[in-house]
Every structure is written in C-alpha cells, then in structure tokens.
Design a protein around this ligand. Sequence first.
Ligand SMILES: CC(C)(COP(=O)(O)OP(=O)(O)OC[C@H]1O[C@@H](n2cnc3c(N)ncnc32)[C@H](O)[C@@H]1OP(=O)(O)O)[C@@H](O)C(=O)NCCC(=O)NCCS
Length: 176
Amino acid sequence: MAEPSTRPAVVDDAFVTAAHGILAGLVADGAALGWVEPPDVDEVAELLGHVAAAVADGDGALRAAYDGGRLVGLGYWLRYARPTHRPHADLEKLAVAADVHGRGVGRALTAALIEDARRAGIEVLTLDARGDNDGALHLYRSLGFQVYGRLPRFVAVGNRRYDKVLLMLDLRAAPR
Ligand SMILES: CC(C)(COP(=O)(O)OP(=O)(O)OC[C@H]1O[C@@H](n2cnc3c(N)ncnc32)[C@H](O)[C@@H]1OP(=O)(O)O)[C@@H](O)C(=O)NCCC(=O)NCCS
C-alpha cells in the first residue's frame, strides 16, 4: 500500500457496510472496541449516524483511511455532552482492518484526528484503552498522549476482567 490516505468520512450506505465489516471482523477476533460480540450492521449505522450528526454540528470528527478505493480504517472523536466538559472531546473508536495492521494506517488516522481536534479548538482530547492493548497504547503514547489513570479490572469480557487505561492529550500545552 502507498502512503495511507485519510480523509473526512462521508457516512453513506457503502461506508456503513464497509465500516461494519471492519468493526465486526476485529471484534470477532477479540479486539477491544467496546463490544463483546460483533455489532450488527444496524447498530453500526446508528452509531455512525450519531457521529455524522455531531460532525455536522461541529462537535466531532470522523476520519476514514482508504487503500485505493477500499475502506481500511476509521476513527472519530466526539465533543463531551456535559456542559462543563464542552471544551473537550473523547476519541472513541479507532479501527484498522486486520490485514493492513502495522502499515501506518492507525498512526495516520490518529494524527489526522488530533489535527482535526486542534483546528476545532478542542482543549483536551481523551481516550481509553484496554490494559492489554499494547499496540494501541504504544501508538497513543508515541503521539503525545499521557496516561492519567487506570481502573483496575474494569473492562468485562465474559468472566475476564481487564484494566481500563485512561489517556489524555492536552492540546493547550502540546507543541504545534
Ligand atoms: C490499534 C490499531 C488501530 C493500530 O493500527 P495500525 O494501522 O496497525 O497501526 P500502525 O501501523 O499505524 O502502527 C502504529 C504503532 O503501533 C505499533 N503497534 C501496532 N500494533 C502493535 C502491537 N500489537 N504491539 C506493539 N506495537 C504495535 C506499531 O509498531 C506502530 O509503532 P511504530 O510506528 O513505532 O512502529 C489496530 O491494531 C487495530 O485496529 N486494532 C484493533 C482495534 C483497537 O484495538 N483499536 C484501539 C482501541 S483503543
């Protein structure tokens, strides 16, 4: 694959279908994306519709990565709804198709989403990751995120429990 190209996503039926394929496939393989079972396409459509509405209101950013014409990754952040948290946003899902892992797509998506947040005037970008998600934690830290907390054995997947690691990027302090 050439340099991964990311762009703001347009949420139409084709995008929902392709995004569902990536998300459901990753969750089926045990990825830590907030689902225990792979989501069905209606659930992904509802989620992406919600994100697209927030983007239209200036309260979010949704990025897609393409390899040629094929969707290979997506990620988004949403501004916090709580009135006292409105200057801040949470990066909620970052997902790259398994067959292109390790080729820079996740890094390109996350870097673009950080730039989107900066441009939107977001002050603090937060996210959380499962404690065993070494690849994602390495990626976020390398882009400047700092761990500010950890909820021990908080993430429940059946009988298993994993730490929830809380990270933040303070865009008021980060160098441009
Ligand atoms: C996490 C994820 C988005 C990374 O995407 P990716 O395209 O494979 O990542 P990149 O190729 O851009 O690599 C980014 C960095 O992460 C590192 N990395 C990726 N997977 C890794 C792993 N399993 N272990 C250690 N490091 C890993 C890479 O080495 C790279 O670091 P480097 O540039 O210093 O070498 C992808 O693995 C994924 O979709 N995972 C399943 C869903 C998920 O866990 N999302 C995050 C939820 S918080």
